[in-house]
Design a protein around this ligand. Structure first.
Ligand code: ATP
Length: 232
């Protein structure tokens, strides 16, 4: 049977400068193909352009020159809302708001059923500590509510991304505050759940992305290496 594969991303000679800035572009002539279902690790020193690179995919910014295609379509011709229906991005700084845990996970997908919220939380490694708090998914976050740890907030943010059932999931250093064992559990759960899901993982620790299908190395806005961990 023909299986429609989604989640392909092509960068074609992409160059990018933030508007109003001078000097060297932040990304220079990036050529990169990410296949449906691939898990891709992105590494590079601070300021090398990792967050900028992934932010171009859902069109937080538009490319200065070159083309980005998602599933073969030039993203400059796709409405950002439609693009963001299939791309979920967990930013470096999680943005939880004052409200219940369930409300925070449902944000952007209000129609999600309770079971979907719980399933997303389970994959993100958040179900256990949420269920253990006195009011469970109705626990308030923020002012006057429970102060979850940095790593717990990261996991709630990952659950929020997963509940959207995206075809492309981008984690921008989203497990930096999570211990190594928990991180490994989340990655394993993601792999199992996410057959066919394209995953982009920005990482500081190489150990976080060792088993990625592909590792992309950025240096001063240039793509200086693509390959598996053993190839690089
Ligand atoms: P880190 O590992 O520290 O998160 P990074 O590799 O993700 O870094 P980016 O955040 O993409 O790097 O930043 C790349 C460069 O772009 C940096 O020099 C940064 O100062 C610059 N930059 C980032 N955001 C903006 C912005 N909104 N306006 C102007 N310059 C920016």
């Amino acid at each position: 049977p023909h299986v429609q594969e989604t989640g392909r991303i092509d960068f074609e000679d992409v160059t990018f400068s933030y508007e109003g800035t001078r000097g060297e572009p932040i990304l220079k002539h990036i050529n990169l193909t990410i296949l449906p279902g691939e898990t891709v690790g992105i590494i590079g020193s601070t300021g090398s352009g990792k967050s900028t690179l992934v932010g171009l995919i859902p069109r937080f910014y538009d490319v200065t020159s070159g083309t980005i295609k998602v599933d073969g379509q030039d993203t400059s011709r796709i409405h950002p809302h439609r693009l963001r229906d299939k791309i979920a991005i967990v930013p470096q700084k999680n943005i939880l708001f004052t409200g219940t845990v369930a409300e925070n996970i449902r944000w952007g997908k209000e129609e999600a059923a309770d079971e979907e919220v719980r399933a997303a939380a389970a994959i993100a490694g958040a179900d256990d500590f949420i269920a253990a708090s006195p009011e469970g998914y109705e626990t308030m976050i923020g002012q006057g509510g429970v102060n979850f740890s940095g790593g717990q907030k990261q996991r709630i943010s990952i659950a929020r991304a997963l509940v959207k059932k995206p075809s492309i999931l981008i984690l921008d250093d989203s497990t930096s505050a999570v211990d190594v064992a928990t991180e490994a559990k989340i990655k394993a759960a993601l792999k199992k759940y996410a057959k066919g899901l394209t995953c982009l993982l920005i990482a500081q620790r190489i150990t976080s992305i060792m088993d990625a299908d592909k590792i992309v190395v950025l240096d001063h806005g240039e793509l200086v290496g693509v390959g598996t961990h053993s190839e690089l």
